[in-house]
Write a protein that binds this ligand. Structure first.
Ligand SMILES: Cc1cc2nc3c(=O)[nH]c(=O)nc-3n(C[C@H](O)[C@H](O)[C@H](O)COP(=O)(O)OP(=O)(O)OC[C@H]3O[C@@H](n4cnc5c(N)ncnc54)[C@H](O)[C@@H]3O)c2cc1C
Length: 401
C-alpha cells in the first residue's frame, strides 16, 4: 500500500529537503536562537551557511547558482527555520524571497548571470526596499523617486524604512544589494508608475540612515532605514521596463505572503509541542494539568487551528506558480488566517506554562513576540481583509467553485 498523501511533503524531494533543514536547525540554529534574540544581533555567519545548503537560492534556476525548487519548498524552509528562530528566518525570507526570487523572476538574463550566483552562495546579503516612513500599506504613495539621465542611467533619491537586512552589521554597512522600488512617472490616468532598481553597496549616495533597535520581536534580524542620495543607477541595473514594477511587486508579494504564513506554521507547531509536553508534566491539585478542561481547550483549539493553517498554507503553495501572479486571494487569505492563529497559539502556550511561559528559557514568549510581526509585515491583516473583500466582490467569485 502506498503512503497516504501528505500535503506538506508532496514529493520525496520535499520530504528530503524538510529532513535536511530539520537536522540543520537542531544542530546549528536552535543553540544560538535565544542569545541572538537577547542581544538583538543578526547571525551573518550562520546565514551564509544557508548558501552552502542551497537554501538562499531555493527558487533560482540552476544555471544561475540556485536550487530550482517551487513554492512548496519555500514554505518548507520558512516553516522549519521558524520552528526554532523566526527572527533568523525573517532575515532569510528578506534575502531569498524578497530580493533573490524577485530578481530571478523579473530580472534580465544579464542581471541574473551577474548577481544571482553571489546572492545564492551567500557572498552577498540582499534586501528589498518598498516601505517608507510616510507610507507602508499605501504603496503607491511612495516618495522615493528616480529620474532618467541622457546617458541612459537614472538618479535615485529617497529613504526606505523598516528594511530587513538593510544593515548587515553593527558598523552600519548597508546590504550588498538592494532591490528598490521608486516612482518614475505617472500613467495617463495620473497613477504613479513604479520602477525597480538594483542598488549595490559601494554606489555613491547609498547608506544606512539608522539601525532600528528595541523591536518587540524578530530581534535576530536586522532592520534599518536606507538612504539614497543622488545615487546614479546604470541602465543595466534597471529591472524590466521602466514603470512596470507594480507587476513585479504583486507577483513577489504572493510568495512573500505564503512564506510569512509558513513561518506561522513553524511557530504554531513549536508552541503546540511545548504546551502539550508541559501539560503532561506539570501537576496541580494532584492532577496533570492536561486533565483540566480549560487547559484542554487551549490544546484542542491550538491543534485544530494548526492543522487548518498547515493545510491552507501547503494547498496555496502547491497552487502558486512562481513565474506568474494570480493567487492573490489565497496568498492574502492564508496569511490573514495563519498569522493571527499563530499569535493566539503562542499566547495559549504561555498561558498553559504559567509563570514559566513568561521567561526566555521556555521559548514561547519569544515566539509570541515574533508572531506579532507576521500580522504587520508583508501587508497588515487589515490590508488582507480589504483585498479579499475586493476580490470576492468581483464577478466570477470562487466561493461556489
Ligand atoms: C520588523 C519589520 C521588518 C520589515 N521589513 C520590511 C522589508 O524588508 N522591506 C519593506 O519594504 N518593508 C518592510 N517592513 C515594513 C512593513 O511591510 C510595513 O510596516 C507594513 O506594510 C505596514 O506599513 P506601515 O507600518 O507604514 O503601516 P500603515 O500602512 O501606516 O498602517 C497603519 C495602520 O493603518 C491600517 N491601514 C492602512 N491603510 C488601510 C486601509 N486602506 N484600510 C484599513 N486599514 C488600513 C493598517 O492596517 C495599520 O493597522 C517591515 C516592518 C517591520 C516592522
Amino acid at each position: 500500500m502506498s503512503a497516504p498523501f501528505d500535503i506538506a511533503n508532496p514529493t520525496q524531494e520535499h520530504r528530503m529537503l524538510r529532513d535536511m533543514i530539520r537536522n540543520f536547525v537542531s544542530e546549528e540554529v536552535e543553540p544560538q536562537a535565544h542569545e541572538h534574540d537577547r542581544l538583538e544581533k543578526f547571525n551573518s555567519s550562520l546565514f551564509r551557511k544557508l548558501g552552502e545548503l542551497g537554501l538562499l537560492g531555493i527558487t533560482v534556476q540552476e544555471e544561475f547558482g540556485g536550487t530550482g525548487m517551487d513554492s512548496t519548498a519555500v514554505a518548507i524552509v520558512n516553516e522549519e527555520l521558524s520552528y526554532s528562530d523566526p527572527g533568523f528566518c525573517l532575515a532569510y525570507l528578506a534575502h531569498a524571497q524578497l530580493m533573490v526570487n524577485n530578481l530571478a523572476y523579473n530580472g534580465s538574463t544579464e542581471q541574473k548571470a551577474r548577481i544571482l550566483p553571489k546572492v545564492c552562495s551567500g557572498e552577498w546579503i540582499g534586501c528589498m526596499g518598498m516601505s517608507e516612513a510616510g507610507q507602508g500599506t499605501d504603496v503607491l504613495g511612495m516618495a522615493t523617486s528616480a529620474k532618467p539621465s541622457e546617458n541612459g542611467s537614472w538618479v535615485l533619491n529617497g529613504r526606505k524604512m523598516w528594511i530587513t537586512n538593510g544593515a548587515i552589521d553593527d558598523e552600519g554597512t548597508p546590504a550588498d544589494v538592494c532591490m528598490v522600488y521608486a516612482r518614475t512617472g505617472e500613467d495617463e490616468n495620473g497613477r504613479p508608475q513604479i520602477t525597480t532598481f538594483i542598488v549595490e553597496n559601494g554606489m555613491d549616495g547609498y547608506s544606512v540612515g539608522q539601525k532600528i533597535m528595541d523591536k518587540l520581536g524578530m530581534r535576530a534580524s536586522s532592520t534599518a532605514e536606507l538612504v539614497f542620495e543622488d545615487v546614479i543607477i546604470p541602465a543595466k541595473n534597471v529591472v524590466g521596463s521602466p514603470g512596470e514594477s507594480m507587476i513585479h511587486m504583486m507577483r513577489n508579494l504572493e510568495i512573500e505572503r505564503i512564506a510569512l504564513a509558513a513561518m506561522a506554521v513553524g511557530i504554531s507547531r513549536r508552541c503546540l509541542s511545548i504546551m502539550n509536553s508541559y501539560a503532561s508534566e506539570r501537576e496541580a491539585f494532584g492532577k496533570k494539568i492536561r486533565e483540566f478542561g480549560q487547559v484542554q481547550r487551549h490544546i484542542g483549539e491550538s491543534w485544530a487551528e494548526y492543522r487548518a493553517m498547515r493545510a491552507y498554507v501547503y494547498d496555496t503553495a502547491i497552487n502558486t506558480d512562481l513565474g506568474t501572479s494570480g493567487n492573490r486571494l489565497d496568498s492574502d487569505g492564508v496569511k490573514l488566517y495563519s498569522t493571527t492563529a499563530a499569535k493566539n497559539i503562542a499566547d495559549r502556550a504561555i498561558q498553559v506554562l504559567g509563570g514559566y511561559g513568561y521567561v526566555g528559557e521556555y521559548v514561547v514568549e519569544r515566539l509570541w513576540r515574533d508572531a506579532k510581526l507576521l500580522e504587520i509585515g508583508g501587508g497588515t491583516i487589515e490590508s488582507h481583509q480589504k483585498n479579499i473583500a475586493r476580490d470576492l466582490g468581483r464577478g466570477g467569485s470562487p466561493i461556489d467553485e
